[in-house]
Ligand binder design. Structure first.
Ligand code: HEM
Length: 231
């Protein structure tokens, strides 16, 4: 009996020691694993994350013409202010223009210190031409909306014929050799003394230059005919 009791107590003590040793071992192993883990991340410098350098992209190739400059009727024809240019009178008259759905923007730049003019859609010679006529003096810029009632004139202002002045904005500059006038108008003004202009239209024009600042002084520098094509 005594022997059985002693054996039981010995077994209990042995199990408790084994458990204690097992717990101590678990703690030690956990400590080693923890230290190993933190040493790996704390004391070794972190591996730099590879940065992906951007793939060089080619600078964008312009696929179309540069954006247009803002239109200003100041007598200065900026690069890209107009989308079209045509030369007349052996290059001594430049006509620049652009249009959108509603408006025509135009510049005339001619070798004269007198007047410049363009006429749209004459029926014969100057007859029925819807004319825009301008000049610049030291003090003023004049741009007039005219209509030629006869083959050789007269071409009074639309307002004198009962129509209206449909030049919306205008301006100009004159230097030692040239005069520039710039103006805009609606493609369709509703005035019977203005030709209706359409997008995409090929417009017959007459043009002329005179050496005086005078509506009644004929084209002693150059005159002629041509065409412009609207966008
Ligand atoms: C300023 C007053 C003007 C007068 C007194 C005038 C007078 C004349 C006369 C008499 C003719 C026929 C003789 C010639 O060929 O020289 C003519 C033709 C002509 N004029 Fe004018 N004109 C004037 C303004 C203009 C204007 C503003 C333009 C353009 C917008 C213009 C464009 C033309 C053209 C293109 C011809 C020739 C037509 C053809 O040969 O079929 N004229 N002009």
């Amino acid at each position: 009996m005594f022997f059985k009791k002693s054996l039981l107590e010995f077994s209990k003590k042995a199990i408790s020691r084994i458990l204690t040793i097992a717990i101590i071992l678990i703690i030690i192993i956990s400590a080693i694993v923890t230290v190993w883990y933190f040493q790996g991340s704390l004391f070794n410098p972190p591996t730099p994350t590879p940065t992906i350098s951007p793939t060089p992209t080619a600078s964008p190739t312009p696929t179309s013409s540069p954006p247009p400059s803002e239109w200003k009727p100041d007598g200065i024809i900026e690069k890209n202010e107009y989308t079209h240019t045509a030369l007349f009178a052996s290059g001594s008259l430049e006509i620049h223009w652009k249009n959108d759905n509603d408006f025509l923007y135009m510049a005339l730049n001619g070798q004269t210190k007198g007047w410049l003019s363009i006429g749209f859609e004459p029926s014969f010679s100057m007859k029925d031409a819807d004319m825009i006529f301008g000049w610049v003096t030291d003090n003023e810029e004049i741009v007039l909306d005219l209509f030629s009632t006869g083959a050789f004139g007269p071409h009074p202002p639309d307002t004198e014929l009962g129509g209206s002045d449909n030049i919306l904005e205008y301006g100009g500059i004159e230097d030692e050799t040239n005069t520039v006038i710039e103006f805009n108008r609606r493609l369709i003004t509703q005035d019977i003394y203005d030709k209706e202009l359409q997008q995409g239209q090929t417009v017959d024009i007459i043009w002329a230059m005179g050496s005086n600042d005078n509506l009644d002084f004929a084209h002693n520098i150059a005159k002629g005919t041509g065409q412009i094509i609207l966008d």
